[in-house]
Design a protein around this ligand. Structure first.
Ligand SMILES: [Zn+2]
Ligand SMILES: [Zn+2]
Ligand SMILES: [Zn+2]
Ligand SMILES: [Zn+2]
Length: 382
């Protein structure tokens, strides 16, 4: 469950404390808050409605989905004007009346869709694999439809990822806790909330997820993945030391469990390097990232998002280091220029990673200019 607070006073209840409404499962810290909610909080009028929707978690998921969908459609409105959905071919969804979205690497007239259509498609494909017991490879393949565009094969990002996260959670939340889809939906929701920069919400989802996976006795690999996502949220919230510590643990754990060439190890390594840069530990970042980039290129490929991210951190560590030489600055600019072209081609100009690379490129050029000016300045009259 992700509702871990009292509905009245927001006291943190963890996963088990407090009381529940016997009818709709809304959670309270104790009888006082429950009574108050019924008398003054309007619970008497919505309790039946919540129960009918499937209980407090489902009701919350439905509402949050509706909010996230409205935000995503509004944010995409300029971009989607005059377009149609590639799945249902309509501009306005026949049933929900929602508008279109697009936040992936598709360009031109490609890739516009309704969140409802994307979700429905993913749900049907996943159900097919489940019914026919097609194995985990096929399952992972179909599950990707919840997170990646089927046309450009890149992640949906920003508020579209958040709307899809809620769509996915709302689809599977009522299943038993140990169900594979429900567990993966929780992961997807956490990632989607991070993509939309809802970091506090992402934190509570990811913490609940970690506690749940531990309780269900998940294998170590799974725990490492959840911790990786949690560390990203620490970092986004400015809790940099905690992020670094967790990332170091996850990286070391992945190294011994999966080896240095595993995709998940490389993801955790990349996050670790990012935190070293955040904390201005540039020497360590450079040493590690120089070791990692050749592996990432070989295993993941040149245009993989993790490879691109490692190279961006390398460029950043080069020009941000106060001890950077003129050669370091030149190397940073060259690296980031090449990276920007690759990111534009692979991820598209609207992807946040591309924006991050452009920002770093501007800064590295500025650092180079500053350095050249300092070298040209005449000696002062000492
Ligand atoms: Zn309370
Ligand atoms: Zn109730
Ligand atoms: Zn559609
Ligand atoms: Zn696309």
């Amino acid at each position: 469950m992700i509702l871990t607070q009292c509905a009245v006073c927001a006291t943190e209840l963890g996963l088990t404390l407090g009381k529940k409404c016997g009818r709709c499962s809304t959670r309270y810290c104790g009888p006082e808050c429950q009574v108050q909610h019924w008398k003054d909080g309007g619970h008497d009028t919505i309790c039946k409605k919540i129960k009918k929707a499937g209980g407090a978690e489902q009701y919350n998921a439905n509402n949050k989905y509706a909010e996230a969908l409205a935000v995503a459609v509004a944010k995409c409105a300029d971009d989607t004007k005059g377009q149609t959905c590639y799945i249902c071919t309509q501009a306005v969804h026949w049933k929900t009346k929602e508008g279109l979205v697009r936040m992936c690497a598709c360009r031109g007239t490609a890739g516009f869709a309704h969140v409802s259509c994307l979700a429905e498609q993913a749900k049907i494909l996943v159900a097919e694999v489940e019914e026919n017991n097609l194995g985990s490879k096929a399952f992972d393949d179909k599950w990707r439809r919840w997170e990646k565009c089927s046309l450009c094969e890149q992640d949906h990002h920003g508020v579209v990822a958040s709307a899809l996260g809620w769509a996915c959670w709302k689809t599977y939340v009522s299943l038993p806790e140990a169900n594979r889809c429900r567990r993966m939906a929780m992961t997807l929701l956490g990632i989607g909330l991070s993509a939309a920069e809802h970091d506090e919400d992402a934190l509570s989802v990811k913490e609940a997820e970690l506690a749940m996976e531990r309780r269900l006795g998940a294998p170590e690999h799974q725990i490492l993945v959840v911790q990786t996502n949690l560390a990203i949220t620490y970092s986004n919230l400015g809790r940099l030391e905690e992020a670094l510590q967790l990332e170091r643990d996850v990286y070391n754990g992945s190294l011994s469990l999966l080896g240095e060439e595993d995709g998940d190890t490389l993801i955790s390594a990349n996050n670790y390097v990012g935190s070293l840069c955040d904390l201005k530990r540039f020497e360590e970042a450079k040493t590690l990232v120089r070791k990692l980039i050749p592996i990432a290129r070989r295993v993941l490929g040149e245009s993989n998002e993790v490879t691109l991210s490692m190279r961006r951190f390398h460029g950043m560590a080069l020009y941000k280091d106060p001890g950077a030489t003129i050669d370091d600055l030149h190397q940073a600019v060259t690296t980031l220029e090449e990276l920007e072209r690759t990111a534009r081609r692979v991820l598209g100009g609207s992807h946040p990673a591309t924006g991050g690379i452009e920002g770093a490129l501007r800064e590295s050029r500025a650092a180079l200019v500053c350095d050249a000016m300092a070298a040209m300045a005449p000696p002062g009259d000492a």
